[in-house]
Design a protein around this ligand. Structure first.
Ligand code: 3PG
Length: 311
């Protein structure tokens, strides 16, 4: 009963569109803020495994408080729910940490240009692993997506292999996450918001031991002192902002995934990247060559063509 169902309540199509529009605008705005603070933190404190963990920890804490104070109704879950959530959480953890590692090595805009290739991964996974077939125009739309990303990558001034591979791994992991999430949410009594809360908590449990193994408290403490003396006390606010906004944008994105298909979700996500790419280039004064920007534009145009050919 807690699920804010649109289907059951039967409001008009127009009202549903307005609602999705508001979700999308909020999702994109929160994501821009997250990306800026995340990069500010990573520039001063290059420990992406810890910052990824803090984002999940902060979201988990926010939701536990919301449940305890009844700001949000806690979900009723059983063992079966958590079992089905496990592969989603593994994919979410890998996609999240890979993207953050990527952004610690390259410009935010570059990570997001590569991440705009996510629809291509979606088609390839559906075709080769799930045996789904698509009409020819869908395959043709992959040419500008893959070609545009490739052009942007080879002309990137600050190319870095870890940065590139992190964004590619994130693409692959998030395709699985979205497919499994939609399956897991279907017909369940858990709302998009609570589904994402549980996902954060399980991902936090998975990520913490790896973060300790890869980076560890000793490195974190030394780096923290260095960042604090370089930036001053506002560094703590940057860390808090990246963590809080990470949770909020994901929560809103899951509230919309609750009501749309994974395809619409991934198109919305690619459109989101345009605002992230443009704002991060402005804020961080990222050098871009015209041919580099052309590659990004072709990739994003490819996504438009993809969405048209798939509908
Ligand atoms: C992350 O840290 O998970 C990435 O920034 C996520 O990227 P996305 O939500 O924009 O795909």
């Amino acid at each position: 009963a807690e699920r804010p169902e649109v289907e059951g309540a039967d409001p008009s199509e127009a009202a549903k569109k307005v609602k999705i529009g508001i979700y999308f605008a909020t999702w994109w705005a929160l994501n821009v803020v997250f990306n800026i603070y995340n990069k500010k933190v990573l520039n001063a404190y290059p420990y992406p495994w810890l910052t990824s963990t803090l984002s999940l920890a902060c979201g988990s804490l926010m939701m536990l408080i919301s449940w305890a104070t009844r700001i949000a109704e806690p979900p009723k879950t059983d063992l079966e729910f958590w079992k089905t959530l496990l592969p989603v959480a593994v994919a979410h953890t890998i996609g999240h940490v890979a993207a953050t590692v990527s952004m610690s090595k390259v410009a935010v805009s570059f990570t997001h240009i590569i991440k705009s290739g996510e629809p291509a991964f979606s088609v390839l996974v559906s075709r080769f692993l799930l045996g789904e077939t698509f009409p020819v125009p869908v395959y043709l739309s992959l040419i500008p997506i893959i070609g545009g990303c490739a052009l942007a990558a080879v002309t990137e001034l600050n190319f870095n292999m870890i940065g590139f591979m992190g964004a590619m791994i994130s693409n692959l992991a998030f395709v699985f996450r979205n497919i499994f999430s939609k399956k897991g949410m279907k017909g369940k009594a858990v709302s998009g918001m609570n589904y994402y809360a549980c996902l954060s908590m399980l991902s936090l449990v998975i990520l913490t031991p790896f973060a300790i193994a890869v980076e560890g408290p000793q490195m974190w403490a030394i780096g923290w002192q260095a960042a604090l003396s370089q930036i001053g006390p506002q560094f703590i606010w940057w860390v808090a902002a990246q963590s809080i906004f990470y949770h909020l944008y994901n929560q809103v994105s899951y509230m919309s995934l609750d009501e749309i298909s994974p395809l619409t979700f991934s198109i919305g996500n690619t459109m989101k990247r345009i605002s992230v790419i443009v704002s991060s280039i402005i804020i961080f004064h990222t050098p871009v060559q015209p041919v580099n920007a052309l590659g990004a534009a072709i990739a994003i145009l490819g996504t438009f063509l993809y969405s048209q050919s798939k509908q």
